[in-house]
Design a protein around this ligand. Structure first.
Ligand code: NAD
Length: 376
């Protein structure tokens, strides 16, 4: 069994394997071939991979006879020329936005596995790339906000007077939001947070932050379906807008992370609410790529409105390439190991397995995932 690891194309900085996972695959009896320079942006030299037992080569060398191809961002199908029919392609393939490319994988006979569609079940937790990368994004959002903010986060009592603590408000308390709360607390901010899922109230409190919740109008019970939020009622949205208006004018830092799978990100902060904030405040919108939670947010840019900076964060995990690669690579290794069949010397993916059904996009030249429409 030959496992190939691609060098990603800029602006991707991460790599889908690290020396530790290379050793793990070799321990399972596989050969690992790494495209030269694949780890450079994540501070892993070719020699580190070689020391772990991998072979280093050009793209055509590594793809030749590869049974499994590991990537972070889904490659252009043309970059996989020379890969053999039936090879598995495992990575963040972004099937909702890359329909043509997914069809390209099918035409090339590649079996594409989209790791971001991993079901949220206990067995799959260690394979969940969305969680591992969101956790880092939540941390980095706060660090970026602090770097941009013209004041300090912690309270400081000095001979020259007292610096008051920053007030940080986290909107959306999933994986990224929880890490944002923890990071803002560590930096010394006074932290409050909100979500539509009632289960998050206790999680917010357990991190020492203040929950800000709509009372009297039903949001989303417990964890929500599969851990995800769905659209809330118009009545809830109106109550939420009023609650946010009252709270946000007193905040210095806001981190928004709210996402609803398969829909544009919910609008949580209006222009009028921005105008009520103190100039110099900083908002980091982690939902920027999904349309943004903040009115006027532009993905990949920092926009200043009413004196408030809105950072349209994109793929923040890429700015922590070494740690992000390590977690991502372990997610892939955990997945392959869980399905590894010792006798066959490779992964066996049963058709009726919940994980396989969740992530398999293409097989034998066809699109096979129900979310991609009928098999074609
Ligand atoms: P997400 O990225 O889909 O959304 C971020 C947060 O935004 C969620 O908490 C969501 O409830 C919230 N949100 C949506 N609309 C909102 C609105 N209008 N106002 C305020 N908040 C809003 O979520 P996520 O980070 O992927 O995680 C969601 C949950 O799934 C978490 O509880 C997490 O622990 C759980 N989870 C479970 C597994 C597993 O069991 N394998 C894996 C990953 C995550």
């Amino acid at each position: 069994m030959k496992i190939a690891v691609l060098k990603e194309v800029s602006p991707e900085t991460r790599v889908a394997a690290i020396p530790e996972t290379v050793k793990k695959f070799i321990g399972l009896g596989a050969m690992v071939a790494i495209e030269s320079g694949a780890g450079a942006a994540a501070s892993i030299a070719d020699s580190d991979f070689e020391a772990a037992g991998a072979a280093i080569g050009s793209r055509s060398d590594i793809l030749k006879d590869a049974d499994i191809i590991l990537c972070v961002t889904g490659p252009d199908p043309a970059l996989l020329n020379g890969a053999k029919s039936g090879a598995l392609l495992v990575g963040a393939l972004d099937p909702t936005r890359r329909n043509d490319e997914i069809k390209g994988y099918a035409s090339a006979g590649i079996e594409a596995l989209a790791m971001e569609w991993m079901p949220r079940i206990t067995r799959a937790q260690s394979m969940d790339i969305l969680s591992s990368q969101s956790n880092l994004s939540g941390y980095k959002a706060v660090v970026d906000a602090a770097a941009h903010y013209g004041r300090a986060f912690p309270m400081m009592m000095t001979a020259a007077g007292t610096v008051s603590p920053a007030k940080a408000f986290i909107m959306g308390v999933g994986v990224a939001g929880l890490q944002a709360i923890a990071t803002a607390r560590r930096l010394g901010a006074q932290v409050s947070a909100t979500d539509v899922r009632s289960a998050t109230r206790e999680q917010i409190q357990s991190l020492g932050a203040k929950p800000i919740f709509v009372e009297g109008v039903a949001g989303i019970d417990g964890e929500g379906k599969g851990g995800y939020a769905s659209e809330t009622s118009a009545e809830y949205q109106a109550a939420q807008a009023e609650l946010v208006s009252g709270h946000i004018s007193k905040q210095d830092i806001v981190i928004t992370t709210a996402l609803i799978p398969g829909r544009p990100a919910p609008r949580l902060i209006s222009d009028a609410q921005l105008a009520s904030m103190r100039p110099g405040s900083v908002i980091v919108d982690l939902a920027a790529e999904a349309g943004g939670n903040v009115e006027g947010c532009v993905a990949g840019e920092t926009v200043v409105r009413h004196g408030v900076s809105i950072i349209g964060a994109v793929q923040l995990a890429r700015t922590l390439a070494a740690d992000a690669s390590a977690l991502f690579a372990r997610n892939l290794a955990n997945f392959l190991t869980a399905f590894w069949d010792k006798d066959k010397g490779g992964p066996v993916l049963p058709d009726d397995d919940e994980i396989v059904l969740g992530i398999r996009l293409t097989r034998e030249g066809k699109l096979v995932h129900e979310r991609l429409g009928p098999a074609q």
